[in-house]
Design a protein around this ligand. Structure first.
Ligand SMILES: NC(=O)c1ccc[n+]([C@@H]2O[C@H](COP(=O)([O-])OP(=O)(O)OC[C@H]3O[C@@H](n4cnc5c(N)ncnc54)[C@H](O)[C@@H]3O)[C@@H](O)[C@H]2O)c1
Length: 324
């Protein structure tokens, strides 16, 4: 029987891929987002898929609107991805808290009100400080976020724990780090994807951070969210996500390997090391859901480049993210 997934932040990068997977498995996706431009969805979905989704334009900070939208679509599962990323939270911490913390509380309240057994939400590896070091970090390491954004994500994890304790509402919080792939066009760690896009168009690009980070292909991230939405997990689970931990300079060398000869050597790296532990262990998630995919960085860059090339030849590749 087909399920209805209520997906917030569905106009975002991970959200677009989550919607694609939901549709591919024959289920219904109801998209909730402040934006209604379809910019990323139109890249990630086919025109037929795009026509098949239900969109609700709304703000996750509005308790009544969120509740009404979830009730109206009779959601079987919630995947909460709406949020403001690191630079936006740094620029306006009050708005960041409203969207990232109050918005997440609104999702829990709505889930509890309609009696859903669980929900899945995006936490982040930004709950860990860089001081956590170069060793693999698993969920037993005590978080120490270095950004407002990381503090908000950690607050959400705490609230999730209390909803389980007080209301028996289960949840899964997933912690990705540097998600890359088609549609990744904003946020602190979007540089590698934007660099690959720029180079595919023959343009130079400088990635604004350096050092090692944990690269995760967007389709793998999306699959983890979709699987966790219906897996019979109870408690307030928190899982790290992990792809491949490599230095940004090594990632650029890999991009140069997948790029055609004339487009190599266009990407530079210049900037500080990220304030986030770069090597995550996802052993706990893999133990709970052993069949999750694990795309290599080379494969992920290759697939992303192909997406860029196909969209560029169709005249449908947005490039506004390269000018910022
Ligand atoms: N991309 C990453 O590398 C990464 C890493 C760790 C965590 N995350 C988290 O995963 C989630 C999705 O990330 P993404 O890369 O797809 O983000 P994104 O920035 O591409 O998309 C976020 C979406 O949230 C929507 N949104 C923002 N404020 C809203 C509001 N008030 N009401 C409704 N919608 C609103 C935006 O319109 C946008 O479509 C976010 O919560 C993010 O913090 C992402």
């Amino acid at each position: 029987m087909s399920r209805t997934y209520f997906v917030t932040g569905a106009q975002g990068c991970i959200g677009s891929w989550v919607v694609r997977l939901i549709l591919e498995q024959g289920d219904r996706a109801v998209l909730f987002d402040l934006d209604h431009h379809d910019k990323r969805l139109a890249q990630v979905l086919s025109p037929e898929q795009l026509a098949a989704v239900d969109r609700v334009q709304g703000d996750v900070t509005d308790t009544a609107v969120v509740r009404q939208a979830i009730e109206a679509c009779q959601a079987d599962a919630i995947i909460h991805l709406a949020g403001l990323q690191v630079p936006f939270c740094a620029a306006d911490p009050v708005l960041g808290a409203r969207v990232n913390v109050v918005g997440t509380l609104n999702m829990f309240e709505a889930a509890r009100a309609i009696g859903l057994p669980r929900l899945v939400y995006a936490s982040s590896a930004a709950v860990y400080d860089q001081a956590e070091g170069l060793e693999q970090v698993d969920e037993s390491v005590t978080p120490a976020p270095a950004t407002h954004y990381g503090v908000y994500k950690l607050a959400n994890e705490g609230n999730a724990r209390v909803y389980w304790q007080d209301a028996g509402l289960a949840s899964v919080g997933l912690r990705p780090l540097t998600v890359y792939g088609l549609g990744r066009d904003q946020g602190l760690t979007s540089g590698p994807t934007r660099a690959l896009k720029a180079a595919s168009l023959g343009r130079a690009f400088t990635i604004g951070f350096s050092g090692p980070t944990d690269f995760l292909y967007v389709a793998d991230a999306a699959r983890a969210f979709v699987e966790c939405a219906t897996a019979p997990l109870d408690g307030a689970r928190i899982f790290n996500l992990h792809g491949e931990s490599v230095d940004v300079a090594a990632a650029v060398a890999l991009m140069d390997e997948v790029l055609p000869e004339p487009q190599r050597g266009l990407i530079q790296v210049d900037g500080p090391v990220l304030p986030i532990a770069p090597r995550l262990s996802d052993a706990a998630l893999r133990a709970a859901l052993p069949d999750l995919p694990s795309t290599s960085l080379r494969e992920g860059f290759g697939a992303t480049l192909q997406h860029f090339q196909e969209l560029a030849s169709a005249g449908r590749l947005p490039t506004d993210d390269l000018d910022s």
